[in-house]
Design a protein. Structure first.
Length: 125
């Protein structure tokens, strides 16, 4: 197992890695909308926060030599399922057909009280 660590994405806020490279597969930890330089939450709307989440995931994937086209599964955690439509609009800017498998769930609370978190699994071609 190789650990993926990039300064282009926020440092882990706990005892975990940004991603684990297992050869054919890369498992990315949940990304929240933190600025990679300041560590502060970015944005006050679901759209702003979702963009930062996907930019952070992109940086981790790129550090592993991958991109969104290599993602086979995502899990999205929303503070409110009322943001589902807005999240989908932003999601479509990063993921293109054929889309990865996805789960999207509403949760009680996310780290730093953010509105969205996303994790993913990518496979090398």
């Amino acid at each position: 197992m190789k650990i993926i660590d990039t300064k282009e994405a926020p440092a882990a806020v706990g005892p975990y890695s940004q991603a684990c490279d297992m050869g054919d597969y890369v498992f990315c930890s949940g990304a929240i909308p933190l600025d990679p330089v300041t560590g502060e939450v970015c944005g006050t709307t679901i759209e702003e926060q979702a963009h930062r989440v996907f930019q952070n995931l992109k940086a981790v994937l790129n550090a592993a030599g991958l991109d969104f086209g290599d993602v086979c599964k995502t899990t999205v955690f929303l503070q409110s399922m009322g943001d589902f439509g807005a999240l989908n609009s932003v999601y479509n800017e990063y993921f293109k057909a054929p889309y990865p498998a996805r789960s999207c769930v509403e949760v009680g609370k996310l780290p730093k009280n953010v509105m969205v978190e996303c994790e993913c699994i990518a496979k090398r071609k």
